[in-house]
Design a protein around this ligand. Structure first.
Ligand SMILES: Nc1c(NC[C@H](O)[C@H](O)[C@H](O)CO)[nH]c(=O)[nH]c1=O
Ligand SMILES: CC(=O)[C@@H](O)COP(=O)(O)O
Length: 159
């Protein structure tokens, strides 16, 4: 379903497990900071709303979305981290650089979750324009950070 047909902040979370004892790592890309900070706020507040403990949410900043995979790995390898959320925003420029970053980012983040057998959530916007990104970072289409946090909680409930 296209995002335009679904609000990213509208997540069914009934029946979730108690996450007050769970520890979350959030890795945030500094590129397009206005967007990624909005994603972080959404993710953080959604985790709290779903019952997470503030002191159990740990943040790590990385330069760009390409570095999210390594940041996620540094978090996921820790025994005290139950789930990792990655947040980034890649916006198309004039060249194919966008394609390579998005592919590397998606593949790398996927591999980390499989390698460490724990939820590593892909909360990365890959848009054509700044407006599309802002629309998905607390705008008319909701907040991708909300969705990423709810997904992390759902996966802990599944596991
Ligand atoms: N153009 C964007 C980037 N580019 C930087 C890369 O992510 C990476 O940091 C660099 O290639 C060095 O390894 N990153 C984003 O997150 N968003 C962009 O739009
Ligand atoms: C996604 C990017 O790396 C992009 O911002 C780079 O811009 P350009 O393709 O114009 O060099």
């Amino acid at each position: 379903m296209a995002t335009a047909l679904k609000n990213l902040s509208d997540n069914k979370t009934s029946g979730m497990r108690d996450i007050s004892g769970a520890k979350f790592g959030i890795v945030v890309s500094e590129w397009n900071e206005e967007v990624t900070e909005a994603l972080y706020s959404g993710a953080f507040e959604t985790l709290i709303a779903l019952g997470a403990t503030r002191e159990h949410i740990e943040r790590m900043n990385v330069p760009g979305s390409f570095e999210l995979s390594l940041g996620a790995q540094w978090m996921a390898k820790r025994n005290d981290i139950d789930a990792v959320i990655t947040l980034g925003c890649v916006i198309q420029g004039e060249t194919r650089h966008f394609d390579f970053i998005c592919q590397a980012c998606a593949n790398g983040i996927t591999e980390v979750g499989l390698k460490y057998d724990k939820p590593v959530i892909f909360g990365v916007l890959t848009t054509e324009t700044q407006k599309q990104a802002m629309d998905r970072a607390g705008g008319r289409h909701g907040n991708k950070g909300d969705e990423a946090a709810a997904t992390a909680v759902k996966m802990l409930s599944v596991k």
